[in-house]
Design a protein around this ligand. Sequence first.
Ligand SMILES: Nc1ncnc2c1ncn2[C@@H]1O[C@H](COP(=O)(O)OP(=O)(O)OP(=O)(O)O)[C@@H](O)[C@H]1O
Length: 273
Amino acid sequence: MTPRSPRTGQHPTPPQSPWAAVTSGLCKSFGTGPTRVMALDHVSVAFRRGEFTAVMGPSGSGKSTLMHCLAGLDSVSAGSAHIGDIDISRLSDRRLTRLRRDRIGFIFQAFHLVPTLTALENITLGMGLTGRRPDQRWLAQVVAALGLEKRLSHRPSQLSGGQQQRVACARALIGRPEIIFADEPTGNLDSHTGAEVLKLLESCVRHLGQTIVMVTHDPVAAAYAHRVVFLADGRVVDDMQAPSADTVLARLKDLSGHRPGSPAPYSGPAAAR
Ligand SMILES: Nc1ncnc2c1ncn2[C@@H]1O[C@H](COP(=O)(O)OP(=O)(O)OP(=O)(O)O)[C@@H](O)[C@H]1O
């Protein structure tokens, strides 16, 4: 049995590949017969550890489905989806639940905080439910990085939208997940508060080594990421490094004229290496 750390109750981190998540030929369809929708059509994409990636594309292009399949929230129709070295398409429901709990963090547009709990209780709730104790040094580091030191005893209703989203970010970070999936994390925030949250996410990647994959429709939000993966018609059609709001916007305009069935220029994890 692998020894556990006495302080956190977590297993020590094994030697890691540079990839936090990889899909290979990932397909996901909904429905059957004439109403069948191919939401993901042979998607091969890899997300490097410690990188902040935005996933963009027109409405219906498969962004949420990709995130749901990678997070084990949706089953896979064909191909594979790995979190670290684990092929999640082969896990039983019980192991999938454990993987989601231990190795994946989520940040949602609608915060999803428990209204009756304080900020600190919300941050540590997930760990408490699984009998794990948060690493107090890491907790202090995360709380400081997110500027929440003076808000820990407040309930969500006593916090601004931006502060609530920062609590949600801390909750996602506290278990040191392999990867955090953020679904439109600034969708409910005004542009100033949204920018603060995005700067914090970027800083968590830069200073805490976190891996973040963020679905967004906003080119300004995507410009905080290191990389943008573009989807259209369920396929990866572009992969942009060091994006700016202008280059992202220009690419999105091209994609709105994208022809269904045209080939994806990005050819999978091997190309990313
Ligand atoms: N549960 C479902 N049942 C049937 N079709 C679905 C289901 N979920 C998604 N789809 C379809 O799969 C395709 C991709 O949907 P998805 O939600 O992943 O797109 P998206 O890029 O996230 O869109 P948006 O930007 O509008 O949120 C769409 O055609 C959608 O209608």
